[in-house]
Structure formats: structure tokens, C-alpha cells
Design a protein around this ligand. Structure first.
Ligand code: 5RP
Length: 220
């Protein structure tokens, strides 16, 4: 199976988690795009969607799916999104597409977070994938120095501006032993908007596409 076929398979499997007549939270990235395309086929079943990025909003609207602003919505029973890395506790690194802050906000509102990923995203220890950090532009120098002080090697994502008008720094070389503690520590750096560790709020379910079919992982 190609990577594309694996992404389509998990995207299809995620439809089983939708709550009929309700709003679904929608993530960002190539796997989330496959999910949006699957949603288009069953859109009569849902009231609409909340998008975690402008790109996902446009793709949803392109399919005629109503997109609601988050502050107009009381509840999101299910949020479906991809990941750059996920471990057995269903903690993730996200933000490869730069949408981490909005993804984190929608995930915080959602009752259930369903992560959809191909098998290559499952890792024993998080951190091979550089950790994305969203930074207020004027704080860039300060944040880079602070990230270096905790052992990381930060690189500015050149030519990229987030949907919130901020910058992304990708951090290599962090020893992510305690993901929850590191998530909190980086968030405390003044000028950081959020970071791509999803440890305080991990996924509830991971649908993992493998050559042998879609596996369902829950936290252990
Ligand atoms: C975007 C994300 C994506 O979920 C993550 O980068 C995975 O993307 P893809 O499905 O394209 O591999 O966090 O900010």
C-alpha cells in the first residue's frame, strides 16, 4: 500500500467516530485532508465542522461543508487530526504544518481526540521530529536563546507565517523524557504562543494504518 492509500484508509476509518447531527473538529495536514474528502461523502450526517487552520477551512468549504467559528460552538464531540509522531501513551508531536496552536485549541474543546496516522508515525520516544514552537515575532531572539538553554537547536522556519501572524521555530535535539513537563516548560518561555507537544492533552484513540489494516490504539 502507498502512503497515500494508508492515509485514505485511516481517514475512512475515522468516520465511525462521528456523532450524527453534531459538529466535528477537523485538523490540518495531508492526512486530515483525506479525512475532509471522506467527510464530503457523508456530509448529510453532520451539522458542520470547526477547522484548525485556514487551509482546512477552505478545503471544507470547497466541499460545501458548513464551517463554524469555534466561539459559536458549545461542544465538539470529536476532533480528528494527524500527527508527526505519536507514542504508546498517545502523546504527540504536531505542527509540521504550522497549525499547532489552533489544533491545540480545538483539541482542548473536543470531548474525544481521534488521531489518524500511518504506521511510520508511531515511535517509542518522541523527538526525532523537530518540535515546532509558535513564537510572537518580536520575541524570536529571546525564545531561541531560551530553547538553546534547555538543550535544543532551534531553527526559524523560513518564509512561514502562521494563521495567527506568528513565526515557527523548529527545535531539534531535545531529550523528551517527560513530554508533559517539557510541554509546560516551553510554554512558560515568554513569547511562546504554544508548542507542538500534545502531552497534557494526548489523543484518546489512534487509528494507525499499516499494511495489515487499520489498528486502533488506546493509551496504555
Ligand atoms: C499540522 C499537523 C499535522 O497533523 C501533522 O503535521 C501531520 O501532517 P500529515 O498528515 O501531513 O503527515 O500537526 O500542523
Amino acid at each position: 500500500m502507498t502512503q497515500d492509500e494508508l492515509k485514505k484508509a485511516v481517514a475512512r476509518a475515522a468516520l465511525a467516530y462521528l456523532v450524527d447531527g453534531e459538529i466535528v473538529g477537523v485538523g490540518t495536514g495531508s492526512t486530515a485532508n483525506c479525512f475532509i474528502d471522506e467527510l464530503a461523502r457523508i456530509q448529510h450526517r453532520i451539522r458542520g465542522a470547526v477547522a484548525s487552520s485556514e487551509a482546512s477551512r477552505q478545503r471544507l468549504e470547497g466541499h460545501g461543508i458548513p464551517v463554524f467559528d469555534l466561539d459559536k460552538v458549545d461542544a465538539i464531540p470529536v476532533y480528528v487530526d494527524g500527527a508527526d509522531e505519536i507514542n504508546a501513551a498517545l502523546q504527540m508531536i504536531k505542527g509540521g504544518g504550522g497549525a499547532l496552536t489552533r489544533e491545540k485549541i480545538v483539541a482542548a474543546v473536543a470531548t474525544k481526540f481521534v488521531c489518524i496516522a500511518d504506521g511510520s508515525k508511531l515511535v517509542a520516544v518522541l523527538g526525532q521530529f523537530p518540535l515546532p514552537v509558535e513564537v510572537i515575532p518580536m520575541a524570536l531572539g529571546h525564545v531561541r536563546r531560551q530553547l538553546a538553554a534547555i538543550g535544543g537547536t532551534p531553527t526559524l522556519r523560513e518564509g512561514f507565517v502562521t494563521d495567527n501572524g506568528n513565526l515557527i521555530v523548529d527545535v531539534k535535539g531535545l531529550a523528551i523524557v517527560d513530554a508533559t513537563a517539557l510541554e509546560a516548560r516551553i510554554n512558560q518561555i515568554v513569547g511562546v504562543v504554544s508548542n507542538g507537544l500534545f502531552a497534557q492533552r494526548p489523543a484518546d484513540v489512534c487509528l494507525l494504518a499499516t499494511a495489515n489494516g487499520v489498528q486502533t490504539l488506546t493509551a496504555n
